[in-house]
Design a protein around this ligand. Structure first.
Ligand SMILES: Nc1ncnc2c1ncn2[C@@H]1O[C@H](COP(=O)(O)OP(=O)(O)OP(=O)(O)O)[C@@H](O)[C@H]1O
Ligand SMILES: [Mg+2]
Length: 267
């Protein structure tokens, strides 16, 4: 029987913040795993030359074969780039450092901002029957991130609960607005999720109340706590949901997945 909460075409969400180390990759891997755990089919596109999402899901650089670079620059078939992972229902387009030259190699390519959009519209992707595509962006507002914002329906912003967290947001919002005015008028902000939250730290609470006061409903109710299990899991090449299913980190990402699904069910 068809599930009315299941979208027909995948929802494509870019996970972006130009600030480094705020929890983009941790959110991409574990939100993807949490969605897969409740039966959704999810593709994680590693769009960061650092390849952290690929390593975190156990695909070593030497074993990456065709990568996101081939998808964007060599026009590879997405079917040949997608890999299965240790998590059922979770697929990956891996990345390597090759991707770092994309900006320069594409300077004279007129379609350079639409390459990921076009790749994700290859009809062969229908066969994967995906519910979600999550894109793990690099820490910049470069051409790669622009590709993600043009390919996506929405942007999910991890915000580290620390001083100056909100300062960088205006630049990100400006980029989103620019993309809306040019190539993707329907681009939405999926939401802002507070990461590395420390309940014992007044600063975390301050950042949270500032974020909620300024951004209102855009801020997810779910907050991701600082949890050492989340930082350990990648070295075992698995999401935290597999590494320590009952940890605070696992519980938080499951709650985030539920919040996302219930928002989408209402639309
Ligand atoms: N909630 C958390 N609790 C503890 N450690 C965390 C948490 N979230 C992320 N980390 C750790 O913080 C570091 C940065 O996280 P992550 O790689 O997800 O950020 P990023 O935004 O993807 O970084 P980059 O901008 O370099 O791509 C990593 O070592 C990660 O394991
Ligand atoms: Mg990252």
């Amino acid at each position: 029987m068809s599930d009315p909460t299941r979208p027909a075409a995948p929802r494509i969400i870019a996970i972006a913040n130009q600030k480094g180390g705020v929890g983009k990759t941790t959110t991409a891997i574990n939100l993807a795993a949490a969605l897969a755990e409740v039966g959704r089919r999810v593709l994680l596109v590693d769009l960061d030359p650092q390849g952290n999402a690929s390593t975190g899901l156990g695909i070593e650089p030497a074993a990456r074969g065709l990568t996101t670079y081939d998808l964007l620059i060599e026009d590879a078939d997405i079917e040949q780039v997608i890999r299965s992972t240790s998590v059922e229902g979770l697929f990956l387009c891996p990345a390597t450092t090759d991707l770092s030259s994309a900006d320069i190699e594409l300077v004279s390519n007129e379609k350079r901002s639409f390459l990921l959009h076009d790749a994700l519209n290859q009809p062969v992707l229908d066969g994967f029957n995906l519910d979600y595509v999550l894109i793990d962006c690099p820490p910049s507002l470069s051409l790669l991130t622009v590709n993600a914002m043009i390919a996506a329906q929405s942007v999910l912003v991890p915000l580290q609960a620390e001083f100056f967290a909100l300062e960088g947001l205006s630049q990100l919002m400006l980029s989103i607005r620019t993309v809306r005015q040019s190539a993707n008028k329907d681009l939405r902000i999926e939401g802002v999720v507070l990461t590395m939250y420390d309940v014992r730290n007044n600063l975390s609470q301050q950042v949270e109340s500032d974020a909620r006061a300024n951004l209102g409903q855009l801020v997810f109710q779910t907050v991701i706590p600082r949890n050492v299990r989340l930082s350990e899991a990648p070295s075992y090449s698995i999401p935290v949901l597999s590494y320590d299913p009952l940890s605070k980190g696992s519980t938080a990402y499951r709650a985030l997945a539920q919040e996302l699904l219930s928002r989408h069910a209402k639309v």
